[in-house]
Write a protein that binds this ligand. Structure first.
Ligand code: PEP
Ligand code: MG
Length: 778
C-alpha cells in the first residue's frame, strides 16, 4: 500500500506517516471533524528511490562540505534533479490518483504537505517539512508529491542535517494529501489558559483561511471564555484583510475585507459552543491542554491541527506576572539614561541597600549583577576575563564579543546608548553601563562591584548572589504563546549572529535590522585587506555564514539585512586600517552606501553573498541600504544589485531613513522602487539635531522624540503610505514606549525593537491599536 487513509492512522504510526500525518490520523480516529485525506507514506518515498536505483547516487551527491557554498548548491541541484526527473512507476501513479479521486469525488482542491519522519530533529522544518502546496488538483498532484520529496534536499535542509550530525539516509518523508476547507472563518483555540492551565479557553478568529491568523497578517477577534460557567470576554478587532482561494486561478490570495465586515464579530454564540465542545473533546482525548487550528465553512466546524500547549507554568505562577514581566524593568532604553544623568545615584544606593555609588553613567542594558571588575586596557588582556567577571574598558570592540559573553557585566568610559558596547550587551542580555567617563581609572582590577544596568550606577561591594541571575534566552522567551496580535508588526534588531537564538525566542515577526558590521569587523582586517589576503570568495563566505545563521533561526519570517555601514575610525583599528582615510568627523564621512558606491568592487562581493543566499532558498532575506541621501544613491545601488545578479523586482529591498535629506526626498526614493523605508533614528537624530550620538558630553541632548525628528518621521510615513511603501523603525528609539505610541498612531508598518524590549513593544502596540479602534467607534 503506497497510501494510508487518515482513518487508518494513529499516533504510533510516526515512522510511516511523519509527525503531521500521525497527528491528523490520531484526531480522525478519535472521531474529531478532520477534513478527509490520505498520506503517501515514507515507505513509498523510500521504495521510489530504491526501485529507481537512485538512492546511492542521491546520498553520495549530498555528502559534501556544506561550508563550501558552491559545492552545497551543486549537491542540492543534483539531488533534487534525481528525484524530480525520475518517473513515477505506473502502479504508484494509479494508486495515488485513485485515492485522490475518492476525496471530494475527484473534484477536490487538496493541500499537499510534506511530513518528515525524523522526529528527533530539533526543528523538523529543516527536514523539508515546510513544503506545502495549497489548492492542488489532479493535474498537478503527482508533481507536487515529488516536489515534497525533493524538498528533503534543499540547500538549507542538507546544511542543517549536516550541521546537526544527522545521517541524510536516515531521514524519510511522507506526504499528506488532504481536502482543502474553503474556510469562511478560522483561527486558533487554546483549550485551557496557555500560561496557567486554568479552565479558560481562548479563541482567536478572523475571516477567511487560517494562515492570515497564524502568520499574523491580521489582528483577530479574541474570545476568552470561562469553561465552567461559559461567561465570555470578547474583543473585536479590525480585520482589514483575509486570505481566500481565488476561484479563477485556485491560488490563495490576500483580499480586503468589505468595510461592513471589518469590525463585525466573527464567531456566533452557537459557533463558540461548538468550538468549546470540540476543544473539550480534544483535550480529553489527549489528556492535556491543546493548541488547535480550526475552520468553519457552511456552519460546519473543522479541526485542522492540534498540538499540546507546552508553555503552562507548572509552578502555578500568576499569568499576569508571566506575561508582563518585571514592570520596573520595562523599556529601559533612553529612560535609563535620563535617570542616570539626572542624578539617579542617590536612589540607587537606597534601592540596593548596600555599598556606595562609585561610578555612574548611562544604564544601557538592564539587570543587576555583582562580580570582580576586570580592567581591560588593551586587546591582549581579554584572556584574563573569566566567567562572571565585569569588564571595565574604554570602549568595547567587535573582537571582544567572546569575552563579553563570558562576562556578567560591562562598564565603559565612552559611548552613548547606541554605541557598540550598548548594542552588543543588550543583545547578549548582559547588564551594562556606558559613558561613565572614568570607570577605568576609578575602579581597580579585581575590586568586587555591583552594576545596576537600569539605573546606570556602579556600587562598591557585592549586592547580588550569582544564582539570582537569569538565563539570557529564557529571559526573553514569552511565557504565553498568545502573542499580542497586532496589525503593526513587531520585529527585532540583531547585531551579532550569536544573538539570533535569543532574538528568535522573543516571538518577533522577523528581524527589522541585521547589522553586518560585526561579522566583518570581527575578522580583524578591513574588507579590502581581508579580500587581498584571502580572496573575494572567503569574504563573501563570511557574510553568508553570518547571515545564514540568523535567516535560518527566523525562517520563514523576514530578515532585513543591512549592507556594510561602519565608520573609518572603527576600520582604522583593524589590520589594513592604516589605509583608511583620516577623517575629522568619521560620523559625517566615508561610511554606509557612500563607501559601497565608491568601492563597488568590494560591494559586489557583499552583494554576491545575497545572491547566493537567494539561490540557496533564503527567500526571507531582504536588503537594506544604509545612510542613503537621495534617489541617486538608490538608483546606483540598484544597478549594483542587478550587476550582481539580483533582480530588484523580485527581491524585497529598501533604504534607511537616517539623514534629513533622505527623509525630505522619500517620494523620489519611492519612485526609485524601494519596497520599504526604515528609520535609523540613531543617525537621524544625530544629523537632525547635530548631536554626536557617541559623545557622552552631549548625551542629554540626544533626543529621538524631539519635535523636529518626529516631524520628519511623520511626513515620511504619510508619503510612503501614498506610494505603497512599507515603513519601519530600526533605531534604538523603536524600543521606547513614547516612540512606539507615536509611530503606531502615525500608521507605521512595523517596529523593530531590541531583544529585551520586544514583549513590551508588542503590548504597547496592541494598547495603541485598541485605543484607535475604540476611538473610531465611540
Ligand atoms: C540607526 O542609525 O538608527 C541605525 C539603526 O543604524 P546604526 O545604529 O547601525 O547606525
Ligand atoms: Mg545608522
Amino acid at each position: 500500500m503506497a497510501v494510508l487513509w487518515l482513518d487508518e492512522i494513529s499516533a504510533g504510526d510516526l515512522e510511516k506517516v511523519g509527525g503531521k500525518g500521525a497527528s491528523l490520523g490520531e484526531l480522525t480516529g478519535a472521531g474529531l471533524p478532520v477534513p478527509p485525506g490520505f498520506v503517501v507514506t515514507a515507505g513509498t518515498y523510500r521504495a521510489f528511490i530504491e526501485d529507481a536505483e537512485i538512492d546511492e547516487e542521491l546520498f553520495e551527491a549530498v555528502d559534501v562540505d556544506v561550508d563550501d557554498s558552491s559545492a552545497l548548491a551543486d549537491a542540492a541541484d543534483r539531488a533534487q534533479e534525481l528525484i524530480l526527473e525520475t518517473p513515477f512507476p505506473e502502479e504508484l501513479r494509479e494508486e495515488i490518483l485513485a485515492s485522490y479521486r475518492e476525496v471530494g469525488n475527484g473534484e477536490a482542491f487538496v493541500a499537499v504537505r510534506s511530513s518528515a519522519t525524523a522526529e528527533d530533529l530539533p526543528d523538523a522544518s529543516f527536514a523539508g517539512q515546510q513544503e506545502t502546496f495549497l489548492n492542488v488538483t489532479e493535474e498537478d498532484l503527482l508533481d507536487r508529491v515529488r516536489e515534497c520529496w525533493a524538498s528533503l534536499f534543499t540547500q538549507r535542509a542538507i546544511y542543517y542535517r549536516q550541521e546537526q550530525g544527522f545521517d541524510h539516509s536516515a531521514v524519510n518523508i511522507a506526504v499528506v494529501v488532504q481536502q482543502m476547507v474553503d474556510a469562511e472563518k478560522s483561527g486558533v483555540m487554546f483549550t485551557s489558559h496557555p500560561s496557567t492551565g486554568d479552565p479558560t479557553m481562548i479563541i482567536e478568529a478572523a475571516w477567511g483561511l487560517g494562515e492570515a491568523v497564524v502568520s499574523g497578517a491580521v489582528s483577530p477577534d479574541n474570545y476568552v471564555i470561562d469553561r465552567e460557567d461559559r461567561s465570555m470576554d470578547v474583543t473585536i478587532a479590525e480585520k482589514k484583510v483575509k486570505h481566500e482561494k481565488d476561484e479563477a486561478t485556485g491560488q490563495t490570495v490576500e483580499r480586503e475585507v468589505p468595510e461592513d465586515k471589518r469590525t463585525q464579530r466573527v464567531v456566533s454564540g452557537d459557533e463558540i459552543d461548538a468550538l468549546m465542545d470540540l476543544g473539550e473533546r480534544v483535550e480529553d482525548h489527549y489528556g492535556e491542554p491543546q493548541d488547535v487550528e480550526w475552520a468553519i465553512v457552511d456552519g460546519e466546524v473543522y479541526m485542522l491541527q492540534s498540538r499540546p500547549i507546552t508553555t503552562i507554568d507548572e509552578s502555578g505562577s500568576d499569568a499576569a506576572d508571566a506575561e508582563g514581566g518585571d514592570p520596573a524593568k520595562g523599556l529601559t532604553d533612553g529612560s535609563g539614561s535620563v535617570q542616570a544623568a539626572e542624578g539617579g545615584s542617590a536612589d540607587t544606593a537606597d534601592a540596593s541597600g548596600s555599598g556606595e555609588v562609585i561610578v555612574d553613567g548611562l544604564g544601557s542594558s538592564p539587570g543587576t549583577v555583582s562580580g570582580p571588575a576586570r580592567i581591560v586596557t588593551k586587546l591582549d588582556d581579554l584572556a584574563k576575563v573569566g566567567e562572571g567577571d565585569i569588564i571595565v574598558t574604554e570602549m568595547t570592540m567587535p573582537d571582544m564579543v567572546p569575552a563579553m559573553k563570558r562576562a556578567s557585566g560591562i562598564i565603559t568610559d565612552e559611548g552613548g546608548m547606541t554605541s557598540h558596547a550598548a548594542i552588543v550587551s543588550r543583545e547578549l542580555g548582559v547588564p551594562a553601563i556606558v559613558g561613565t567617563t572614568n570607570a577605568t581609572t576609578v575602579l581597580e582590577d579585581g575590586q568586587v562591584v555591583t552594576l545596576d544596568g537600569d539605573k546606570g550606577s556602579v556600587l562598591e561591594g557585592s549586592a547580588v548572589e550569582p544564582d539570582e541571575e537569569t538565563e539570557p534566552v529564557e529571559e526573553v522567551r514569552p511565557q504565553s504563546p498568545v502573542k499580542p496580535m497586532t496589525a503593526t508588526e513587531v520585529k527585532v534588531n540583531v547585531s551579532i549572529p550569536e544573538a539570533a537564538e535569543r532574538a528568535a525566542a522573543t516571538g518577533a515577526d522577523g528581524v527589522g535590522l541585521l547589522r553586518t558590521e560585526h561579522m566583518i569587523l570581527s575578522l580583524n582586517q578591513t574588507p579590502e585587506k581581508f579580500i587581498d589576503e584571502n580572496g573575494p570568495d572567503a569574504y563573501t563566505k563570511e557574510l553568508i555564514d553570518g547571515i545564514r545563521g540568523v535567516a535560518d533561526e527566523f525562517y520563514p519570517r523576514p530578515v532585513r539585512v543591512r549592507t556594510l555601514d561602519a565608520p573609518t575610525d572603527e576600520f582604522r583599528q583593524l589590520e589594513g586600517g592604516e589605509d583608511e582615510p583620516n577623517e575629522h568627523n568619521p560620523m559625517l564621512g566615508y561610511r554606509g552606501i557612500r563607501r559601497s558606491l565608491d568601492r563597488t568592487d568590494v560591494f559586489a562581493h557583499e552583494l554576491e553573498a545575497f545572491r547566493r543566499l537567494y539561490e540557496m532558498g533564503y527567500d526571507n532575506v531582504e536588503i537594506m541600504l544604509p545612510l542613503v541621501n537621495d534617489a541617486e544613491d538608490v538608483y546606483r545601488a540598484k544597478e549594483c544589485m542587478k550587476e550582481a545578479g539580483i533582480d530588484p523586482e523580485k527581491r524585497k529591498w529598501g533604504a534607511m531613513i537616517e539623514t534629513p535629506a533622505a527623509a525630505l526626498s522619500v517620494e523620489e526614493l519611492a519612485e526609485a522602487g524601494i519596497d520599504f523605508a526604515s528609520f535609523g533614528t540613531n543617525d537621524l537624530t544625530q544629523y537632525t539635531l547635530a548631536v554626536d550620538r557617541n559623545n557622552e558630553h552631549v548625551a542629554d541632548r540626544f533626543d529621538e522624540l524631539h519635535p523636529a525628528v518626529l516631524r520628519l518621521i511623520g511626513d515620511v510615513i504619510e508619503t510612503c503610505r501614498e506610494h505603497d511603501v512599507d515603513t519601519s523603525i530600526c533605531g534604538q528609539a523603536g524600543s521606547k514606549p513614547e516612540m512606539v505610541q507615536f509611530l503606531a498612531n502615525e500608521g507605521i508598518t512595523s517596529i523593530s525593537a531590541n531583544i529585551d524590549a520586544v514583549r513590551d513593544v508588542q503590548h504597547e502596540v496592541k494598547r495603541v491599536e485598541q485605543k484607535l479602534l475604540l476611538d473610531s467607534v465611540r
